[in-house]
Ligand binder design. Structure first.
Ligand code: FMN
Length: 224
């Protein structure tokens, strides 16, 4: 797959086959993605790759927290998108697309809850990559670098036939990851990525999310 095709076809995958991802492939992906740029070549990222029984334990602990209505407190604060903004409109658009494909109606609270849980379960992926950074980094600048490596991981995964979903939901309760994935308290947990072989029969995996045409958000200065 060439780079243009990879960038153009990458999409979030929200269900996976049960096939495990061989560790040597995950290693290769992280090795390749580590070529991502970072400010002053600081390379603020650290990876914790979780699979097997430990990942199942983390999923269970996340769901228990969610169901007990524990207050979300990710290391990276997440605020709702401003009501009435174009950003919120885009959020609603993708939610409608996904709920449409999954046949989830507004009123069906049970289905909505089950959908909501998916991200906290890393979409039942056979592996999850958790990216953290040392708390000594002046926050939030390294988030830019971690964004770039996150995209590189998602693109490199495509080369191996793997799908990914970046998941804020998976890091909602950092204490779960500190405890079970043994991520030291001295690390700030930035993002998680579910990774595995896509289940193409899962309706939501057919989604193609919308994009604002680049022309609408670009000012051209100094061109004839
Ligand atoms: C920082 C970040 C966090 C995200 N967190 C979640 C999440 O918790 N749950 C989820 O279903 N998708 C999550 N996504 C995926 C986005 O919803 C998705 O990238 C967006 O809708 C565009 O769709 P696409 O990835 O298929 O192109 C996240 C994406 C990013 C970049």
């Amino acid at each position: 797959m060439n780079i243009i095709e990879a960038i153009s076809t990458r999409k979030s995958i929200r269900d996976f086959t049960a096939d495990p991802v061989p560790q040597h492939i995950l290693k290769k992906i992280l090795e390749i993605a580590s070529r991502a740029p970072s400010a002053e070549n600081s390379q603020p990222w650290e990876f914790t790759v979780v699979s097997g029984i430990i990942l199942d334990t983390i999923r269970k602990a996340n769901i228990e927290k969610l169901k007990s209505k524990a207050v979300p407190h990710p290391d990276l604060p997440v605020k709702s998108l401003p009501r009435g903004s174009v950003y919120r409109r885009r959020q609603i658009e993708i939610a409608k697309q996904l709920f449409g494909l999954m046949d989830i109606s507004r009123e069906d609270l049970e289905k909505r809850d089950r959908w909501m849980e998916l991200g906290f379960r890393y979409f039942n992926a056979p592996a999850a990559i958790v990216i953290s950074m040392d708390r000594s980094f002046h926050y939030p600048r390294p988030i830019f670098d971690i964004g770039s490596i996150t995209q590189s991981i998602c693109l490199a995964a495509l080369h191996y036939g793997l799908g990914t979903c970046i998941a804020n939901q998976g890091i909602t309760y950092p204490e779960v990851l500190h405890e079970f994935a043994k991520i030291p308290e001295s690390k700030r947990i930035v993002i998680s990525i579910a990774i595995g072989y896509p289940n193409w029969d899962f309706p939501a995996n057919k989604v193609v999310s919308n994009r604002e045409p680049a022309e609408n958000i670009t000012n051209w200065i100094g061109f004839e």
